[in-house]
Design a protein around this ligand. Structure first.
Ligand code: P6P
Length: 343
């Protein structure tokens, strides 16, 4: 078998991000390069977290940190480390004004000395309950530019997700995969640890218009509302001649969404009788994943409303999430529409 010939035209995230600046300048935008430098800082945090996730077992980073976070969840050592890495790197970049982390009760308003013009909302290590089992986990982030004339307050992140300028996630597993959109499509990168660079491996990700996979935690079925029950029944017991969908549920949003973007189908974490607003966080889970899903040609909805149109009232509020292939999510939405007209 011929020896693999290394590419001589490596396209790295650093290079693509620099092109974002070049394109902005070419289009005459008042580009300062700040977003480029911010994305570079985020890239560095992903490399650092990836390294620590990979060696977590070896340096005893798994297990509980003995503290609980604002959500009342037991914090894992990697949670604490990942949050600290991101807060410090984003502050040091000098490009941020406000930070919101799943791990911190209050938003951080950056001091004037380091203050920039972007706000980053993030879950530093989503899916952390899976850390000890070695299941894929990830960092999720969304970026707003401060409103014109604002010096950076919490109000700058209490805005619909449609006002984000960029969103992405990094999934830590057998390799580190960073998926990013700055509003002109979605690119996927894989970390070459030897080079220390994220290499473009999934250019212009487009979610298939319909898939064959559904991803729900059916352990909550007894709490599901009627439209969800009706939808699931329609794909598990399809009309004659059609094959039922396959069930895939990892319990780590980054991994479930990553598979959905690449293979198609539908991911759902609905509101139900137990969780009236669902479980997932609007600002730093639902918004970034909805941004990416729409940029990849899919749909992201609460069942009745486009997620990116929601106006947040608080930084840790939750919302129902259904996202994925256009036709699959439209099927789901029809059951909500029929339920509302049936009343
Ligand atoms: P459940 C992880 O804790 C998380 O926030 C998401 O990553 C994931 O999609 C969801 O919760 C899993 O929740 O209730 O199915 O364990």
């Amino acid at each position: 078998m011929s020896e693999e010939i290394p590419s001589t035209d490596l396209i790295t995230l650093t290079r693509i991000v620099a092109h974002v600046l070049h394109d902005q300048l070419r289009l005459g935008a008042a580009a300062t390069g700040d977003l480029t430098l911010l994305l570079t800082a985020i890239q560095v945090t992903s490399k650092f977290i990836a390294t620590n996730v990979r060696k977590a077992r070896l340096i005893n980073l798994v297990g509980l940190a003995g503290e609980t976070n604002v959500q009342g969840e037991e914090q894992k050592k990697l949670d604490v480390l990942s949050n600290d890495i991101m807060v410090n790197a984003l502050r040091a970049s000098g490009k941020t004004a406000v930070l919101v982390s799943e791990e911190l009760e209050e938003a951080i308003v950056i001091e004037d000395k380091y203050k920039g013009t972007y706000c980053v909302v993030f879950d530093p290590l989503d899916g952390s309950s899976n850390i000890d089992a070695g299941v894929n986990i990830g960092t999720i982030f969304g970026i707003y530019k401060v409103r014109p004339g604002s010096k950076g307050t919490v109000e700058d992140v209490l805005r619909p997700g449609s006002e984000m300028v960029a969103a992405g996630y990094t999934m830590y597993g057998s390799s580190a995969n960073l998926v990013l959109s700055t509003g002109s499509g979605v690119n996927g990168y894989t970390l070459d640890a030897a080079l220390g660079e994220f290499i473009l491996t999934h250019p212009n990700i487009k979610i298939p218009p319909r898939g064959k996979i559904y991803s729900f935690n059916e352990g909550n079925s007894m709490y599901f509302n009627p439209p969800v029950h009706a939808y699931l029944k329609s794909i598990k017991y399809p009309a004659s001649g059609k094959s039922p969908y396959s069930a895939r549920y990892i319990g780590s949003m980054v991994a479930d969404v990553h598979r959905t973007l690449l293979y198609g189908g539908i991911f759902g974490y609905p509101d139900d009788k137990k969780s009236k607003s669902g479980k997932l966080r609007l600002l730093y889970e639902a918004f970034p994943m909805a941004f990416l899903t729409e940029q990849a040609g899919g749909i992201a909805t609460t069942g009745t409303k486009r997620i990116l149109d929601i106006m947040p009232q608080s930084i840790h509020e939750r919302c129902p999430v259904f996202l994925g292939s256009k036709e699959d999510v439209q099927d789901l939405m029809r059951f909500y529409s029929e339920a509302s007209t049936a009343i």
